[in-house]
Design a protein. Structure first.
Length: 196
């Protein structure tokens, strides 16, 4: 076995001393040459190019099947690979839940077809815009109005449209009934309001 000079002393002065060196091939970058503590030449075999001691990634942070290094240890990812995720929204109070994992950026969340079909101008009141659709509905489409006549009474009355009508277009309040007639005592009887 060849012996190498690992320590040189000249005239009582130490010029080179490799005996305390700790470098080994696996600690030296791949392809770099040096000398170990015996003075033997070595070529580095370490392919690591970063200090991973402060890395914080976990398996859940890395895509399934991909490898990574953290704090000097090799790890394998467990995050699901979702590709292009597509979703539909069919209820304004039920949000679409985006699945955990990596997405390739080409996925889309859209309104469900049966709900999208309802977003037409005729279904939206005029002056209102919903998701870019401007309404044209006046509010009078297929509406039946009723004109009604009522006679005042001593009690309060609530006037509403009859069945099959949507609203009252007009309410005519009759004049308060007023009548006079002679009575047996020789005077006049005045009757105001509806009798009976």
């Amino acid at each position: 076995m060849a012996q190498y000079n690992n320590k040189v002393i000249y005239n009582g002065q130490v010029l080179i001393d490799l005996t305390a060196d700790t470098i080994t091939a696996e600690k030296l970058a791949a392809g770099i040459t040096a000398h170990d503590k015996t003075g033997a030449p070595i070529t580095g075999s370490n392919t690591f190019d970063a200090d991973t001691q402060d890395a914080t990634a976990t398996d859940e942070d890395v895509v399934l099947g991909k490898t990574y290094y953290r704090q000097g240890q090799k790890g394998t990812g467990s995050m699901p690979e979702n590709g292009a995720v597509a979703g539909k929204i069919s209820d304004k109070d039920t949000p679409y839940i985006v699945p955990r994992g990596r997405h390739d950026g080409s996925g889309q969340v859209t309104i469900a077809d049966e709900e999208k079909a309802k977003l037409v101008p005729d279904n939206i009141r005029q002056g209102i815009t919903i998701l870019g659709v401007e309404g044209t509905m006046s509010g009078l489409e297929d509406v039946k109005a009723q004109a009604k006549e009522v006679t005042p009474k001593a009690e309060q009355q609530v006037v509403t449209p009859d069945k099959d009508y949507n609203y009252l277009s007009q309410v005519t309040v009759k004049a308060i009934p007023y009548s006079t007639s002679e009575n047996a005592a020789g005077g006049m009887t005045v009757t105001i309001g509806e009798v009976g």
